[in-house]
Design a protein around this ligand. Structure first.
Ligand SMILES: [Zn+2]
Length: 91
């Protein structure tokens, strides 16, 4: 399992993973996941990493909850609330 995505400060973003998994194909595929949620499966690891990068760009997760430090997702911004502690987001 690899965690190829980094935060802006250079630390690993643990939410993004690529794993070799058997998922209905005759051979194992590189499965891209976000917070254990299945994003997509790929023949090559490179493609899986690209899928994660694309997913990351679709999220406005470059900001963090000031109360609990949790990285915030597009959904949090949509509902103006941290998904972890429920704190109100102002941006
Ligand atoms: Zn929070």
């Amino acid at each position: 399992m690899i965690q190829p995505i980094k935060h802006k400060d250079g630390t690993t973003d643990n939410r993004y993973t690529v794993n070799l998994e058997f998922c209905g194909y005759p051979t194992a595929r590189h499965v891209a996941r976000f917070c254990t949620d299945f994003i997509s499966s790929h023949v090559t690891q490179k493609e899986a990493i690209q899928a994660l990068e694309k997913h990351k760009n679709s999220y406005s997760d470059s900001f963090y909850c000031v109360d609990c430090g949790e990285g915030l997702t597009g959904d949090d911004a949509k509902y103006k609330e941290c998904h972890k502690c429920g704190s109100t987001i102002s941006n």
